[in-house]
Write a protein that binds this ligand. Structure first.
Ligand SMILES: NC(=O)NC(NC(N)=O)C(=O)[O-]
Length: 420
């Protein structure tokens, strides 16, 4: 494990959006009515995936305490729930990570010391370049922490707390100790590639209290040795570094579901569009983990029975050699997130090569298609569905080209620091 340089945070991006001060006690009705949160439009980084999401394999591997509420809740997808009537033997049931109240050591010193705090160690589901963190104290109104601090490190493999706390493990401060208020989402933009790739986070709360959710938004960068050993892998999987750039519809469920691991158990675990009443059709656009040759395609309509699309088409585009393009500004390509790699630039209209002509889809089915050996390399993919409906998963199995491997290596180590 080699330490990596601590960049000058003064060169970092937009300022944090933090809500200080107490929140009023819950007064009935919608518990989110008085929840304080930044305008999502002002926080483009939140459109990047949450790399700590437990559906990706994110895990809170250890915490100093979790007396009132389990640390695992921190990484659950979706907003924290609040049931005012739910009490257990350990107090109010809370959907978050909540520690007990710290005490001083003497009747004359009943308060904890200034530096006392609780901590949680988080392993990202997939490592990556962090563009922003969100600490949400939703529903923690009188029991939120006074301040939070977040550090990041990169350690290969699956290290335990003893390795992560070892003196040889270097941590970079991502969020300095910052005062936060109750029942609010606090956003901390980060400069992405300039900080390098992270595998783990350490969340500290001073002196104690409850945090509902932690989100770590960024560009996924899977372990290069692992990808090299696989050789052929799903180039669009989030776990391998694929991203959804844009989609025609986000009404029922987010398009990112189509590149999550595993198969959906229910309809809401896929991507479902609303019923179209016009002559158009729905589509998804992806950035592949690397330039590669796609050979085996899976289109999964799992759990979509009365609402599977009738037909689908798959098109590929290579941003590296300028064959085609188009589709307008996307998640990263549209420049919404600073520091995005040049390969993501989606320039003007152009040709997408049709890799799979319009093909009938069945409800609740994994459809498999083998593409010809001479399929040209691509960096982007587009799935068009006709006219609308649900797609549970898209898998694009293939192998990176030499240029794709080279670019992956560069992106693993954008700061030029020695690899860990
Ligand atoms: N009403 C509470 O939430 N009290 C306590 N917390 C829980 N979860 O019971 C506390 O001490 O913060």
């Amino acid at each position: 494990m080699t330490s990596h340089p601590t960049p000058d945070r003064a060169t970092a991006v937009a300022a944090a959006t933090v809500f200080t001060g107490p929140a009023a006690p819950y007064a009935g009705g919608d518990p989110y009515a008085d929840h304080r949160a930044p305008d999502p439009a002002a926080l483009p980084f939140t459109r990047l995936p949450d790399l700590a999401d437990r559906r990706l394999g994110g895990s809170v591997t250890a915490a100093s305490d979790e007396f009132f509420a389990e640390r695992e809740n921190l990484l659950n997808p979706g907003p924290a729930r609040f049931d005012p009537a739910a009490f257990g033997h350990r107090g109010k049931v809370m959907d978050g990570w909540e520690t007990r109240r710290r005490r001083g050591v003497h009747p004359d010193h009943p308060h904890p010391t200034a530096d006392e705090h609780d901590w949680a160690l988080i392993r990202l589901g997939v490592p990556g370049l962090l563009h922003g963190l969100v600490v949400d104290t939703a529903h923690f109104r009188g029991n939120h922490p006074h301040a939070v601090r977040i550090e990041g490190t990169r350690v290969p493999g699956t290290p335990g707390p003893e390795t992560l706390f070892a003196p040889a493990t270097a941590w970079t401060e991502l969020v300095p100790r910052t005062e936060v208020g109750g029942h609010a989402a606090h956003a901390f933009p980060l400069p992405g590639a300039a900080l390098g790739r992270f595998t783990h986070l350490r969340l500290s709360q001073y002196p104690d209290g409850g945090i509902a959710r932690l989100r770590a938004h960024g560009e996924p960068l899977a372990d290069l040795d692992w990808l090299a050993a696989l050789g052929t892998f799903d180039l669009v999987a989030l776990a391998h570094g694929g991203l959804v750039e844009d989609a025609s519809d986000r009404f029922y469920s987010p398009p990112i579901h189509t590149i999550l691991p595993g198969r959906p158990r229910t309809m809401d675990e896929g991507w479902e569009t609303r019923r179209r009443r016009d002559a158009g059709h729905d589509w998804l656009r992806y950035r592949l983990a690397a330039e590669g040759v796609v050979r085996a395609v899976e289109i999964d309509t799992g759990c979509y029975r009365g609402n599977a699309p009738g037909w689908a088409e798959l098109a590929l585009w290579n941003a590296e050699n300028g064959t085609g393009g188009g589709g307008g500004g996307g998640l990263v390509g549209g420049g919404l997130v600073g520091g995005a790699p040049a390969e993501a630039a989606v320039a003007g209209p152009g040709e997408w090569r049709l890799a799979l002509p319009r093909t009938r889809l069945l409800p609740d089915t994994v459809h498999r298609f083998v593409l010809p050996e001479d399929t040209p390399p691509a960096t982007h993919a587009r799935l068009d569905v006709f006219p609308d409906g649900g797609v549970a998963r898209l898998r694009l199995h293939g192998s990176p080209t030499e240029a794709g491997w080279r670019r992956l290596r560069e992106r693993q180590n954008p700061t030029g620091a020695p690899a860990s």
